[in-house]
Design a protein around this ligand. Structure first.
Ligand code: SAJ
Length: 413
């Protein structure tokens, strides 16, 4: 089976890798020439365990190659980004539409077309389906169209692509059957067939569920700071209830999914989606909440140096999309000297851990990288001007007596 995957990013590339590993001939299409050239040499551009080896072997065996243009294939899968439009919060389908236009000349009778990108409910029915109908195809008879959202967690993509249950939302039942056949090539989880619009809303709601729950945890952190209670203890204790699972407060919600997908629902029903919007607003307020506490912690020390530890939104990855760290940096950069260190993100302006912490009055942890979980406290004590740590990711349990630790458990101090 020949599979053409448009978009070789965080989802498209691992998906391509698994199809290539499981007997398919895969063409990975991307608009970035540098990425395409590197992929054809077996070099990947994302930090994700397991993918590099599979792609390298697939290139050697000639079952994977990358290109800037699609080719005739049995299956086309679209995995391009879907940002939101800032003015009205609606789903920006421009990359998906461009990808559909790109493949239109290559689609033939019998082909299956799958959109994996997260899209607002009704997008497949109202916008994507007509594009193929205008070309003369009858959906469900000539070609098969489905929305099949991915549900994988970066850092564990290979395992989750194989083992997670998969939603397959066809325009017709036959479209669902055809898409399910495609995923059965490597998916070991259940493949659940439904309508496209149900698949679309399910995916958006999964991420909204998490965003709303994180907002609740963030609200708890703010309430606790206000009334003088340890929020982290509250979470630990409340979560001993068998049906309670309060999430973790943090510096804000990053990534290309949780920080965006809830808006797709809000844009469709703004008067009704009240909790969804409030949760977004609460999570978006966390960078300023954290920055205000930094000012309180540093009190009178106006030109202090702060070591920013981590800018990626997710621990142990270099993924900085929608990371709240940048907003915090923007808040603080005019008042303090900032020195940024992130072992997973390449940036000429970033510094080593040693340089960043030298003479700093505060270590501000904004990413939950393993490197920050067990810091060398003796070194920090000697290297910093004032050995104070503000851990916004709840990753440090305890510190020696000569170090001051702030987290969401003691902001009222
Ligand atoms: N976060 C908190 N508190 C928490 C949990 C997370 O503040 O208790 C923050 C993280 O620090 C991060 C953000 O939320 O900034 C999002 O991180 P995440 O690890 O929860 O999720 P993503 O965005 O990397 O991946 C999500 C996943 N969806 C769900 O867990 C419902 C993933 O399964 C989806 O495939 C992915 O979105 C996607 O592509 O939609």
């Amino acid at each position: 089976m020949k599979i053409c995957i448009i978009g070789q990013g965080y989802i498209g590339l691992p998906t391509a890798a698994l199809f290539a590993k499981n007997g398919c001939n895969v063409l990975g299409v991307d608009i970035d020439e540098g990425i395409v050239n590197n992929l054809n040499k077996g070099k990947i551009h994302i930090e994700e365990p397991g993918i590099g080896d599979i792609i390298k072997k697939a290139v050697e065996k000639n079952v994977y190659h990358a290109s800037m243009n699609p080719e005739k294939s049995d299956v086309f899968i679209i995995t391009v980004p879907t940002p939101y439009i800032k003015e009205n919060y609606s789903c920006d389908l421009s990359y998906v539409i461009a990808a559909c236009n790109e493949i239109l000349d290559y689609v033939e009778k019998g082909n299956t077309i799958i959109v994996e990108s997260t899209i607002a409910p009704m997008s497949t029915d109202n916008i994507i389906k007509p594009m193929f109908e205008d070309k003369g195809f009858i959906i469900g008879e000539d070609i098969y169209l489905a929305h099949c959202p991915e549900r994988v967690l970066p850092g564990q993509i290979i395992n989750e692509l194989i083992n997670n249950d998969r939603i397959v939302g066809g325009i017709t039942p036959l479209c669902s059957d055809k898409a399910a056949e495609v995923y059965s090539i490597f998916v070991k989880g259940n493949i659940m067939k439904t309508e496209a619009k149900t698949a679309e809303l399910s995916k958006c709601m999964e991420n909204t569920f998490r965003d709303v729950n994180i907002a609740l945890a963030n609200e708890l952190a703010k309430i606790s700071a206000e009334i003088g209670v340890n929020a982290l203890d509250v979470i630990k204790l409340a979560n001993k209830h068998p049906r309670v699972n309060i999430h973790s407060p943090g510096p804000g919600v990053g990534g290309h999914c949780l920080a965006i997908d809830p808006y797709f629902i809000y844009a469709l029903a703004p008067d009704t989606a009240k909790i969804i919007k409030l949760a977004r607003d609460t999570n978006k307020s966390m960078p300023s909440f954290v920055s205000e506490y930094v000012e309180k912690i540093l009190d009178t020390e106006k030109d202090a140096k702060i070591a920013i530890l981590g800018v990626s939104y997710k621990g142990n990855t270099g993924d900085t999309r929608e990371s709240p760290a940048f907003e915090i940096i923007n808040f603080l950069k005019n008042k303090y000297t900032l020195s940024i260190h992130d072992p997973h993100v390449e940036n000429d302006n970033f510094e080593s851990f040693e340089e960043a912490t030298k003479d700093a009055s505060l270590c501000l942890i904004l990413s939950d990288h393993d490197q920050f979980k067990n810091l060398d406290y003796d070194y920090i004590f000697k290297n910093m001007k004032n050995p104070i740590i503000f851990d916004t990711k709840n990753i440090i349990e305890d510190v020696p007596n000569n170090i001051t630790l702030y987290n969401f458990g003691n902001l009222y101090k």
